[in-house]
Write a protein that binds this ligand. Structure first.
Ligand code: HEM
Length: 323
């Protein structure tokens, strides 16, 4: 009797697991690198050309585009919600405190979208443009490259409240950072690898003032230097490079800086501060190939977060406005 019951139990568990597996496969089945092969064969090279033009004009744009994709994916998934402007039914994520006067590159995305609309109108989503542009941006500044999966569709909603709740902040400690990424299905290793994007780009004084005046796990000379450009009660918008050594080039210097206690943000240095992620930081600091490979995998994983596919959402005509 007992063995009869247990074989029924095993069969049930097996069937449920199969169903779960099938539904998981279905969710991602529609994202594929060849999605626009027939409907818009020129899509990828059109995006690449526009991205290269923008970064050639301003090198920092590579960083800004990568950050845009991250800030899109962490709020209700990679659905271009971050690009929507305020409207009667839209509470723009651009006004979330993590994004306001900070997130940039919107006009570049508009110009990429305009170029793509010219070659095939109404086909390529703004969410896919963000995913491809961040890959192209990384590649252009000597970072890793990967094959982007496509077929995301654009949201008809945005949420400033969710952006404020879900986007990590510079004052995070390690546990908060780990759980903010875990909430998106990303591992501790993914989190450390993705934080390596801070090998390029800039941060404003308001985001690192607390660190350079109050933190103790900071190199004294580095803190002094950064305080000069970031007065105690002035200059909130003054910029400093996230990687003091090679801010315009993607490499593994970010991790070398952390080992020297020269991380710019509090949330950077917590990755190397006697905690569980020290070993990963150490390995990336000496093994650029491992960092590149993990960064590429983690970007792919991030690009898969809660995508809209099939007939969900829409293909926006203008990225900042719902059709
Ligand atoms: C781990 C948690 C993270 C925190 C707390 C964080 C926080 C920040 C902050 C405060 C800035 C400076 C913004 C400003 O001053 O205007 C910044 C810049 C940047 N972040 Fe992050 N970030 C995190 C993870 C990531 C990830 C996962 C990526 C991409 C994969 C990323 C990419 C960037 C880039 C490229 C910049 C420079 C942008 C530019 O120069 O326009 N960050 N981040």
């Amino acid at each position: 009797m007992a063995s009869w019951v247990s074989s029924i139990h095993v069969a049930w568990v097996g069937a449920i697991m199969l169903l779960l597996l099938m539904s998981a496969m279905q969710t991602h089945a529609q994202l594929t690198p060849t999605f626009y092969e027939k409907s818009c064969p020129a899509a990828l090279k059109t995006i690449r050309k526009a991205v290269r033009t923008a970064i050639a004009k301003e090198r920092r744009m590579a960083a800004s585009l990568i950050r845009l994709h991250f800030h899109d994916c962490f709020v209700q998934g990679c659905d271009a919600s971050v690009l929507l402007d305020d409207a009667p039914s839209i509470n723009s994520e651009k006004n979330a405190f993590q994004n306001f006067r900070s997130l940039r590159g919107f006009e570049v995305v508009d110009s990429i979208k305009a170029a793509v609309e010219k070659v095939c109108s109404g086909v390529v989503s703004c969410a896919d443009i963000l995913a491809v542009a961040s890959r192209d941006a990384s590649e252009y500044v000597n970072g890793p490259t990967w094959t982007v999966k496509l077929g995301r569709r654009d949201s008809t909603t945005a949420s400033k409240d969710l952006a404020e709740a879900d986007l990590p902040i510079a004052f995070n400690d390690l546990d908060a950072q780990i759980s903010s990424f875990a909430n998106q299905g990303l591992s501790v290793r993914d989190m450390v690898a993705l934080s390596g994007a801070h090998t390029i780009g800039q941060a404003q004084c308001a985001t690192f003032r607390g660190r350079v005046y109050n933190d103790t796990n900071i190199d004294a000379g580095f803190a002094r230097m950064r305080r000069r450009g970031c007065p105690v009660s002035d200059g909130n918008g003054n910029l400093a490079p996230l990687d003091l050594v090679t801010p315009n080039s993607f490499d593994n210097n970010y991790f070398k800086n952390l080992i020297k206690k020269k991380g710019l943000l509090h949330s950077d240095q917590v990755l190397f501060n006697g905690g569980s992620t020290d070993d990963i930081v150490t390995s990336y600091s000496t093994n650029k190939a491992a960092f590149y490979s993990d960064f590429a995998s983690a970007m792919l994983k991030m690009g898969d977060i809660k995508t809209l596919t099939g007939s969900s959402g829409q293909i926006r005509k203008i990225c900042s406005i719902v059709n």
